[in-house]
Every structure is written in C-alpha cells, then in structure tokens.
Design a protein around this ligand. Structure first.
Ligand SMILES: Nc1nc2c(ncn2[C@@H]2O[C@H](COP(=O)(O)OP(=O)(O)OP(=O)(O)O)[C@@H](O)[C@H]2O)c(=O)[nH]1
Length: 200
C-alpha cells in the first residue's frame, strides 16, 4: 500500500506538569479542549498529517509527563525526536524559570542540533499573566529558537506553531531555502489518530 505521507517527523513536548502539553496536542490532533486535568502518566502520542511546502508531513507528537517522577522514562524519548517543544504557562512564573532546566535536559539527552521551539501557553488568561510576552521572546531569542504564545483553550497559535516547527525541520533537512512554516497552510484536518503507549 502506498504511503500516505512524504515525511514522518517525531516531535516531543516537554515542560512542567500542568502547563498544558496534553491540551496542546489534543487541540492540534483533534481540535478539541477539555478543562478536566488528568496528569499524563509516562508518555503518550497522537498523530496529525499536515502539508508543508507541498509535502505531506505526518507529525507523530509525543506527550511527556511533566512530573519529576517520570523523568527517567521521558528523557529516554528525547534522542529519537526531530523537534522538541518546550512549554511553560504564562500564568506560572515557576514553569518559566524551569525552562532553563528543561533546556539542560535537552542538552544532556537529545541529539545535537535538534530543532527546538518555546511556547508560552494559556495566553487566553491575560488577567493572571505572570510572564510577559517580551520575557518569553527574549529567552527564545537568546537560544536562537522560535517562540509563540499559545492557547490550547482558545485555539491560538497551535496549528501555526507546529507548522512553523515542521517547516524548520523540512528546511533544515533539504538544506535549501523553502517556505517558512508561517506561510504554509494546513491542508489536512482529516487524518487524526491517537495511540496510547504508557510505560508503567
Ligand atoms: N485557560 C487555559 N487552560 C489550559 C490551557 N491548556 C491547558 N489548560 C488547563 O491546564 C490544565 C493542565 O493541562 P494539561 O494539558 O493536562 O497539562 P500537562 O502539561 O499535560 O500536564 P502533565 O501531564 O501533568 O505534565 C488542565 O486543567 C487544562 O484544562 C489553555 O490554553 N488555557
């Protein structure tokens, strides 16, 4: 049977517990949101096929548990990732401070030169904001990585950020100038699948 995609990109979301990693993936893969908080146990993934620069790219997005007790399990998945998405909660300054630790963990566990992106999630709750957009932007700039403020709840910048990262990976792989992720349109919202893979 012919493959339904040109490339398969493995992406990984990391960040403190409760910042909204699972909700971002559910918004991306199922265009849905649930305010009930069920903390991830171990690791899980969902897939979504998008079109980037005329190519069908299947995103396999791995959701890691933010809790410290799962660290040994989750860091084992860093090596196979082509893109790592660091997530903090704009209403929780501790989750932003911890991004430094998550970055350290990438250095220790991921492949050198892995594409990275920083997301400040929950930007729909402006009244409770603790981390300014400029602060987030500066950290990303200092590390030469992309930055978006997102809301899984209000569907702000979720598709856009994943498209941008996929565009970066594609461009890096082809090593020639191509369209940036921002310019690329999602052409498929139909192929959405999920799979559980809990390692406990
Ligand atoms: N207002 C708002 N709430 C959000 C948003 N994203 C997630 N939440 C809420 O934040 C809580 C935690 O979300 P999760 O996606 O489970 O967080 P997580 O980072 O996967 O947490 P762990 O699995 O413990 O690592 C849930 O109650 C969500 O409903 C958002 O964009 N806006």
């Amino acid at each position: 049977m012919a493959k339904k995609y040109d490339f398969l990109y493995k992406l990984l979301l990391i960040g403190d517990s409760g910042v909204g990693k699972t909700c971002l993936i559910i918004r991306l893969a199922e265009d849905n949101f649930n305010s009930t908080y069920i903390s991830t146990i171990g690791i899980d993934f969902k897939v979504k096929t998008i079109e980037v620069g005329g190519k069908k790219v299947k995103l396999q997005v791995w959701d890691t548990a933010g809790q410290e007790r799962f660290k040994t399990i989750t860091t084992a998945y860093y090596r196979g990732a082509m893109g790592i998405i660091l997530v903090y909660d704009i209403t929780d300054d501790k989750s932003f401070e911890n991004i430094q630790n998550w970055m350290k963990s990438i250095k220790e566990n991921a492949s050198a030169g892995v594409n990275q992106m920083l997301l400040g999630n929950k930007c729909d709750i402006e009244a409770k904001r603790k981390v300014s957009k400029e602060t987030g932007e500066k950290l990303a700039k200092d590390h030469g990585i992309r930055f978006f403020e997102t809301s899984a709840k209000s569907s702000i910048n979720v598709d856009e950020s994943f498209l941008a990262l996929a565009g970066d990976i594609l461009q890096k792989a082809s090593k020639k100038p191509g369209p940036t992720g921002r310019e690329v349109k999602i052409t498929s919202r139909t192929e959405r699948k999920s799979s559980k893979c809990i390692l406990l």
